[in-house]
Design a protein around this ligand. Structure first.
Ligand code: HDD
Length: 700
């Protein structure tokens, strides 16, 4: 957020509080002085009658609440949802009927493993929780950016979380899955393998919360006015497409800017670049419940989009940042059991467990049963209950507090059959009490294999590299070997490549699940390129004294006109003097930034490209890192000289003045002076493609 925006916010806050006058105590008593304690004499003891001192310190001592037991690290924003058309055929949920009605939302994105203060760009699942403040009450779609989960029955959630969280003796590692207990758990629980494939893919290191998918994971149930049920799975598809970092870059980002994704979301909304997702549903008629070779109740399975297409039903736009992180993002409470009429559950054992857990955990985290009265959790629909008292009860209820009653004219009365009340879907259930997994949940390898076969070659390469990194950090060699053995049931090539990297015997393999069925192209990141724009992409332009300022200005204006954010980076902050003697404002000093914080790098002409600067290790490293992370790299005029030693053979760089060469994301034009249209067009195209994985010496 820019400083003046923060200042604006402060002024807005003051304007909203007309009585914004003197500092007071919590009791509203004006305070004359808050920098010195009340004492007996200037050098005497502090007096206990100093109620201002005591209240101020006591409140401070009690500011922290328990962080979430998982998903502690997050970022949130407000926005709205609007349906494209009525979904009355499938559901009577009011917010899915009228395209002219916008439903307010609050979304919180999160990582899972790390504590509240951990870094954003860790390898992890990302939470994608949406609270719809609908006219019929709050509906929470509490999803992730993976469509599957690690376990099938929620009773194992404590075991899974204990295994992935820091080890109980050392409390290490923070924000990481690369350690013995997780892989011990995984190597003994084949049901985890499908989600593990997603965790080892680039899906687990999203470039931006704005550029990642979201999934409800479970099969839920739509119920229409006539009471007919339809199975439904929810999908969020980002307008900007799904894009990721590479692991080498993500690790450096953790240090350079632990708030990388949080900042990206905040700044985009502040700049009016409102992120947008399309809500889609996969619909399965109840009569088709058993038409699949997997169980719809199994949260470790997807319905391949090629089997049941995703039907777009609306869009969500996030357009307002919270005013206060603790009050809103930290205190927001999502719960899978917060549903509205027309949306119901299935007997998915993971969902059933979640329907217990969220309320349970929020009671302790938010200090009792009245957390729904915290503004961010408050429905816009009227609330009328007979629930009373409890910590932080802020409602002053009048009248009766029981049902039935006559003294309160029977109010609040149950809605009865008028159709507005929530009625649970009358699914017929029967069965002997049993503690046993359904046989229909037993196939743990086919969809892990499906995911592998759906990957582009570069994605497979990244997955192998991730497994090698993760298992390379596992000390227990038997756990490494057992995990590799498990991978032979997914794909022999994968298992053998991983084994070669982690020093365990290379398995013979051949235990894949039968002749492989076709892949699901929708699972590759290549299926979600986005809108082809370069909006909000961060581009670094390396400048120094003597730079060809006309060139920088021309290309900077052209890229900014396409919505990119272009920053001039120089060895020191302040200004540089262009070759024309004019001053040129620097945005960032090189020591305060790094290539990993940018999507592309441009090296203009002037002394930047002269041998003296080309030997500047920081500038050369900046360009080299960008190249090695597969990012677009451009050079103009003598700036081409900085690229030449960085770009390996096999990538063409322009040598003749006047000819623009664009090859594998490297765009060069040695011509001096303002950037030509062709260069701008080619460089913009290279930036729109995000990354260029197939070029030589990309470091993943
Ligand atoms: Fe969970 C938080 C998503 C399985 C129990 N979960 C939490 C959050 C998200 C998810 C996005 C953070 C919400 C926020 O931002 O405040 N969880 C999922 C998904 C799952 C999943 C998509 C699998 C499909 N979760 C899961 C299981 C259990 C829980 C199986 C327990 C049986 N989840 C919790 C929790 C949390 C939570 C412990 C911690 C903080 C909170 O609820 O409010 O109750």
């Amino acid at each position: 957020m820019t400083t003046d925006r923060k200042q604006e916010q402060r002024e807005e806050a003051r304007a909203e509080d007309p009585a914004s006058g003197p500092l007071t105590t919590d009791q509203g008593v004006a305070v004359d002085h808050t920098d010195d304690s009340l004492a007996a004499g200037e050098r005497g003891p502090t007096l206990m009658e100093d109620f201002h001192f005591r209240e101020k310190l006591t409140h401070f001592d009690h500011e922290r609440i328990p962080e979430r037991v998982v998903h502690a690290r997050g970022a949130g924003a407000y926005g709205y949802f609007e349906p494209y058309e009525s979904c009355a055929e499938f559901t009577r949920a009011a917010f899915l009927q009228d395209p002219s009605v916008r439903t307010p939302v609050f979304v919180r994105f999160s990582t899972v493993q790390g504590p509240k203060g951990s870094a954003d760009t860790v390898r992890d699942v990302r939470g994608f929780a949406t609270k719809f403040y609908t006219s019929e009450g709050n509906y929470d779609l509490v999803g992730n950016n993976f469509p599957v989960f690690f376990i099938q029955d929620g009773i194992k959630f404590p075991d899974f979380v204990h295994a992935v969280k820091p080890e109980p003796d050392t409390d290490m590692p923070t924000g990481a899955s690369a350690h013995d207990t997780l892989w011990d758990f995984v190597s003994l629980q084949p049901e985890t393998l499908h989600a593990i494939m997603w965790l080892m893919s680039d899906r687990a290191i999203p470039r931006s919360y704005r550029m990642m998918q979201g999934f409800g994971v479970h099969t839920f149930r739509f119920v229409n006015e006539a009471g007919r049920g339809t199975f439904v799975k929810f999908h969020w598809k980002p307008k900007l497409g799904a894009h990721s970092l590479v692991w080498d870059e993500a690790q450096e980002c953790q240090g350079r800017d632990p708030d990388f994704n949080r900042r990206d979301l905040w700044d985009a909304i502040e700049a009016g670049e409102y992120p947008e997702w399309e809500l889609g549903v996969q619909l399965v008629p109840e009569e088709d419940e058993f038409a699949f070779d997997f169980d719809l109740l199994d949260a470790t399975k997807i319905i391949p989009e090629e089997q049941v297409p995703v039907r777009p039903i609306g869009r969500m736009v996030l357009n307002r940042n919270p005013d206060n992180f603790f009050a809103e993002t930290e205190q927001v409470a999502f719960h899978t059991a917060n549903v509205v009429p027309g949306i119901d559950f299935t007997n998915d054992p993971l969902l059933q467990a979640r329907n217990f857990s969220y309320l349970d955990t929020q009671l302790i985290r938010l200090g009792g049963p009245n957390f729904t009265q915290i503004p961010v959790n408050r429905p816009i629909a009227p609330v009328r209950t007979n629930q009373r008292d409890g910590y932080h009860q802020s409602r002053i209820h009048r009248g009766t507090n029981y049902s039935e009653n006559s003294l309160g004219a029977g109010c609040p009365a149950v809605s009865g059959a008028d159709g507005h009340a929530y009625t649970h879907y009358a699914e017929r259930v029967d069965g002997a009490k049993i503690r046993r997994r359904s046989p229909s949940f037993q196939d743990h390898y086919s969809q892990a294999a499906l995911f592998w076969h759906s990957m582009a070659d570069w994605e497979k390469e990244h997955i192998v590299s991730a497994f090698r990194f993760e298992l390379g950090k596992v000390n227990a060699l038997a756990v490494r070997a057992r995990t590799v053995e498990e991978l032979t049931h997914v794909n022999t090539e994968l298992a053998q490549e991983v084994a070669r990297g982690v020093g365990v015997p290379v398995p013979d393999g051949g235990q894949e699940p039968g002749p492989h069925k076709s892949a699901s192209p929708a699972l590759s990141l290549e299926a979600l390129p986005g809108d082809g724009s370069i909006r909000t992409r961060q581009i670094a332009v390396l400048v120094t004294d003597g730079v060809d300022a006309a060139q920088v200005t021309s290309v900077r204006e052209a890229l900014a006109a396409e919505g990119a954010i272009v920053e001039a980076i120089a060895p020191t902050d302040g200004e540089v003097t262009g070759a024309d003697g004019e001053k040129y404002q620097v945005d960032r000093a090189l020591p305060t930034v790094a290539a990993v914080l940018y999507d592309a790098v441009l090296v203009p002409g002037g002394p930047v490209g002269t041998p003296a600067v080309a030997q500047d290790p920081d500038a050369v490293r900046f360009v080299r890192d960008a190249y090695r992370h597969g990012k677009p790299v451009g050079a103009l005029g003598s700036g081409v000289g900085v690229l030449t030693p960085v770009v390996p053979d096999g990538v063409r760089v322009s040598a003749q003045t006047g000819s623009v060469v664009a090859d594998q994301g490297v765009v060069t034009d040695p011509a001096p002076g303002a950037a030509g249209e062709e260069f701008v067009r080619e460089f913009t195209r290279a930036v729109a493609a995000h990354r260029h994985w197939d070029r030589p010496q990309v470091r993943i």
